[in-house]
Ligand binder design. Structure first.
Ligand code: FE2
Length: 235
């Protein structure tokens, strides 16, 4: 089975959460993190220790990048083709799902687009706690559209770190946000276009640090865990 959760921010304990049904998970099960994995943060041995700990999980960990990641380090891992898309191989059971890819994982077709804008970047140090690669590039956007075209503009699930535009407007209109940080608007627009033009049964995203089931078959993820195969919330 494939499961999905939101930003883990380097908290290794999230992967060993006793309430997760992962006691019964095997190497055939997968947990996807919808960005802000945070376990590769340019901390050298501390990151390696954490990744070695996660390598002991009985299941596979697949993560999109968010905005709080050490991108040069993630990009230094070997790139491989896996399930029809490009990944960085971090450990035997840990893979980075790159931007603009379409994977077919255990029969489920998944489009991925990581990246996002850090609203707290003025408090962060470039190259130490903030990296310029946080927002997708034009080439990554284009690669995503090309891969969706090849997939016949049809997948089972769309996963991004940031939210699509209509969802951001919904949050603004319903008062959840008093204002929106427009630095990310291009990404919202791209994601909305993908959602509108691609047949899909569900859309999951992280980044906003809330768990909420939303209109248009969309779900915001933080600590919640859903099963992608049947859409049921398991935590
Ligand atoms: Fe986050």
């Amino acid at each position: 089975m494939i499961y999905i959760t939101g930003d883990t921010h380097g908290e290794a304990a999230r992967f060993f959460e006793p309430k997760l049904p992962c006691g019964s998970w095997t190497k055939n099960d997968k947990l996807i993190v919808a960005g802000d994995f945070g376990c590769i943060f340019g901390l050298g041995a501390r990151d390696e220790e954490k990744l070695d700990l996660l390598a002991g999980c009985p299941y596979e960990i697949l993560f999109l990048d968010g905005n709080h990641e050490c991108f040069p380090k993630i990009y230094s891992y070997p790139e491989e083709n896996w399930c029809g898309g490009r990944v960085h191989r971090i450990r035997e059971n840990i893979r980075h799902l790159m931007r603009g890819q379409v994977y077919e994982i255990d029969g489920t077709r998944i489009f991925t687009m990581g990246g996002g804008y850090s609203i707290d970047q003025m408090y962060r140090i470039p190259g130490r706690s903030w990296w310029a690669e946080e927002m997708p590039t034009e080439a990554e956007y284009e690669e995503g559209l090309r891969n969706l075209e090849k997939a016949g503009k049809s997948v089972d699930v769309i996963i991004s770190h940031a939210a699509p535009e209509r969802t951001m407007r919904y949050f603004r209109e319903t008062g959840y946000f008093s204002h929106l940080f427009m630095q990310e608007a291009l990404l919202w627009g791209y994601l909305e276009k993908v959602a509108q033009e691609t047949e899909h049964r569900h859309y999951y995203f992280g980044h906003l640090h809330l768990d909420r089931e939303l209109p248009d078959k969309r779900t915001a993820l933080y600590y919640a865990v859903y099963c992608l195969d049947n859409g049921q919330r398991v935590l």
